[in-house]
Design a protein around this ligand. Structure first.
Ligand code: DX5
Ligand code: ZN
Length: 230
């Protein structure tokens, strides 16, 4: 699967959100990552469906909505109508996870399921074959600019094997602390979809920042292939 680089607009200049999104698209981004926080499930507060609707016309790229909210279900229809392409929900925030995923599908959107760093891979067992994406958090959600939590690398390898066993084209995304220095190991472990906030929006040149991430991911994926071959 071709690697996907998804800039997280959490680190963008909110006063110029439409222009920031257009700028990362022009700089070579594959998806736009939209972080929704509620000051309940996570200790921070961001934006809702109205902001998604406002930015939607500013890009042709897929918008990947990461819901860090609890409860979730009542918001799904609103984000779907506002223009999400894929909606991800946390297992920790969904007591009826299957129902939440069914709601996303019923609204015609792709589904993602998210695990916090402390949540074991086994939490995916009963839902994996039906989802389009698994997101493994590589920081505790809530803030941009945190450090990559290295023990999650083992979980990336485990989930890579689980996805391969389904035979389905399920993406394996990571989110948090992704930089040119960390992306290679994550790609070698089996991640193929990379969210990056500060590593892109904190850079002077978004194009260079995205290209550096892409090079790091390709190097890591190559190393992974080599390791499998021996
Ligand atoms: C964390 C968010 C991330 C965040 C990543 O709670 O889900 O998407 O913006 O930011 P960086 O890349 O700076 O760690
Ligand atoms: Zn996110």
């Amino acid at each position: 699967m071709m690697p996907v680089i998804a800039p997280s607009i959490l680190s963008a200049d909110f006063a110029r959100l439409g222009a920031e999104i257009a700028a990362v698209e022009a700089a070579g981004a594959d998806w736009i990552h939209f972080d929704v926080m509620d000051n309940h499930f996570v200790p921070n507060l961001t934006f809702g469906p109205m902001v998604l609707k406002a930015v939607r016309p500013h890009t042709a790229l897929p918008i990947d909505v990461h819901l860090m909210v609890q409860p979730v279900d009542a918001l799904i229809e609103g984000f779907a109508a506002a223009g999400a392409d894929l909606i991800s929900v946390h297992v920790e925030a969904c007591p009826h996870l299957d129902r939440s995923l069914q709601l996303i599908r019923a609204n015609g959107k792709q589904t993602g399921v998210v695990l916090n760093p402390s949540t074991p891979a086994a939490a995916l067992d009963c839902v994996l074959p039906g989802v389009d994406l698994v997101l493994l958090m590589t920081v505790n959600p809530g803030f941009a600019g945190q450090s990559f939590i290295r023990p999650v690398l083992e979980k990336i390898k485990t989930v890579r094997r689980m996805i391969d066993a389904t035979g389905k084209p399920i993406r394996l995304q990571i989110d948090g602390g992704v930089t040119p220095a960390t992306i290679g190991e994550a790609a070698a472990a089996g991640a193929d979809t990379f969210v990056a906030g500060s590593a892109i929006f904190g850079a002077k040149d978004y194009g260079e920042a995205i290209a550096a991430l892409r090079r790091g991911a390709a190097l890591g994926a190559g190393a992974g292939d080599l390791r499998v071959a021996v």
